[in-house]
Write a protein that binds this ligand. Structure first.
Ligand code: GDP
Ligand code: IMO
Ligand code: MG
Length: 429
């Protein structure tokens, strides 16, 4: 049985939620394996809009939804989201939602530290979502995090919080924040523990059982390859590995569990927050993309920066993420444009580069080399078959495939679940 990983191939917000929702009709289990509530995945099903941050997008169809060990969980945000999505009529029970016992928690101190650092950084800020993602992953790697399983062991919880407070109070002092004693945190986590308990499981075993029973597993990535802590535009990245290699480690399965990697790719480029963006547009063309594409962040409401499609960057994302095929999304946003530019190389100090360099200064200074293509006047919005597409749109897609060295497996022509064209079934591989 083929398991599929869905990962972002740009800077996030490529339409992963829509694609996971669409694919999950034929999957049995949907797993999140990294990130936290910095993610914002929007699903449009007829007239209903679901905005998910921590819950796997399979919950909407009632599929078994797993929050893997690689995710950092803010328990308060999680229960708020569960309440909000339940109020939309979605059934979420301990039978449909399983949370890894060995996942780490995001605590209020993490959000505070994230925001305090951003404020102190002034012009050098990363533009994080302020959700405490970075500080929580720091504590995880430093081996002092509070994990989900600690909620069931009061003595361990107290020990962990004491140790965490010693570290955080030193940091808080440096930032001019008042020191905290851990008692309030201990009490509020103790109060949450009974609500958490029914969902907690060794999810590696849940997944192993599902796999051996021949169930189909869909891995749902958050963010995108260029926000990966190693492969992205460091330090303007998130604090987790967002590439498909993380799907296995972040859920407790071996690398062979993922048979097909689907890279979600917008037909142009967007980015939220700071950092290099070679094809960014600062003119009315960029504004037009933002308006037609409704490019405002799901999580923070921030305006997304917009620019031309960057084939060099996507090709690199495809290589580092082992992407087998892409879903080209938001093609309809390009409708009505006379000409389209596609970045096919970068220029740096008189040299042409065929990849995105690793250095921070080089990343900031590269300028795009463009190939100009003809646009199309007709609408592709809501197209359900290849035959509905204008010839110039097909030409654009074919050129993109050539440049990124990967095929388009699925085409998305609108936000609704049904506004989708299947070219190659990723489950069939
Ligand atoms: P994610 O973070 O990758 O799940 O993406 P987001 O949900 O943050 O952002 C993608 C936005 O584009 C959402 O509002 C989707 O409803 C919308 N969307 C997805 N696919 C398409 C598409 O093909 N066309 C248009 N116009 N909108 C789309
Ligand atoms: P989805 O899953 C777009 C960006 C932030 C910031 C950087 C670091 O919806 O695609 P963080 O809070 O993670 O420490 O912020 O990463 N970022 C995203 N941008 N989509 C996301 O998620 C993002 N999650 C984080 O804007 O630049
Ligand atoms: Mg998003």
């Amino acid at each position: 049985m083929t398991n599929v990983a869905v990962v972002g191939a740009q800077w996030g917000d490529e339409g992963k939620g829509k694609v996971v929702d669409w694919l999950s009709e034929r999957a049995d289990v949907v797993v999140r394996f990294q990130g936290g509530h910095n993610a914002g995945h929007t699903l449009v099903v007829n007239d209903a809009v679901y905005k998910l941050s921590l819950l796997p997008s399979g919950v909407v169809r009632g599929k078994l939804s797993v929050i893997g060990n690689g995710v950092v969980i803010d328990p308060w945000a999680l229960f708020d989201e569960i309440d909000r999505v339940r109020a939309q009529g979605v059934d979420i029970t301990p039978e449909t939602l399983r949370i890894a016992d060995n996942a780490c928690l995001i605590l209020p101190i993490h959000g505070e530290l994230d925001r305090a650092r951003e404020e102190a950084a002034g012009g050098g800020r990363i533009g994080t979502t302020g959700r405490g993602i970075g500080p929580a992953y720091e504590d995880k790697v430093a081996r002092r995090a509070v994990r989900v399983c600690d909620l069931a062991e009061p003595e361990t919880l107290r020990f962990k919080i004491d140790r965490l407070m010693t570290h955080h109070n030193a940091l808080r002092k440096g930032l001019g924040a008042t020191p905290l004693d851990g008692e309030k945190l201990f009490e509020s986590l103790q109060a949450l523990a009974p609500r958490f308990a029914p969902y907690v499981a060794p999810v590696w075993r849940v997944l192993d059982e599902a796999r051996r029973a021949g169930k189909r597993i869909l891995f749902e990535g958050a963010q995108g390859a260029m926000l990966d802590v190693e492969h992205g535009t460091y330090p303007y990245v998130t604090s987790s590995n967002t590439v498909s290699g993380q799907a296995a480690a972040g859920s407790g399965m071996g690398p062979g569990a993922v048979a097909y990697v689907l890279g979600i790719t917008k037909a142009y480029t967007t980015r939220v927050g700071s950092g290099p963006f070679p094809t960014e547009l600062f003119d009315s063309v960029g504004e037009g993309l933002g308006e037609r594409g409704r490019e405002f962040g799901t999580v923070t409401g921030r305006r997304r920066r917009c620019g031309w499609f960057d084939a060099v960057m996507v090709r690199q994302a495809i290589k580092v993420g082992g992407v087998d095929g892409i879903v080209l999304t938001k093609l309809d946003v390009l409708d009505g444009m006379d000409q389209l530019n596609v970045c096919v190389g970068y220029e740096l100090d008189g040299q042409v580069l065929d990849h995105f360099p690793a250095g921070m200064d080089a990343q900031a200074r590269v300028t795009p080399v463009y190939e100009t293509m003809e646009g199309w006047a007709d609408s592709t919005r809501g197209a359900r078959t290849w035959a509905d597409l204008p010839a110039t749109a097909i030409k654009y897609i074919r050129r993109v495939e050539e440049l990124i060295e990967a095929p388009v497996a699925i085409l998305s022509t609108g936000p609704d679940r049904e506004e989708t064209i299947l070219v190659h079934d990723p489950f069939a591989d």
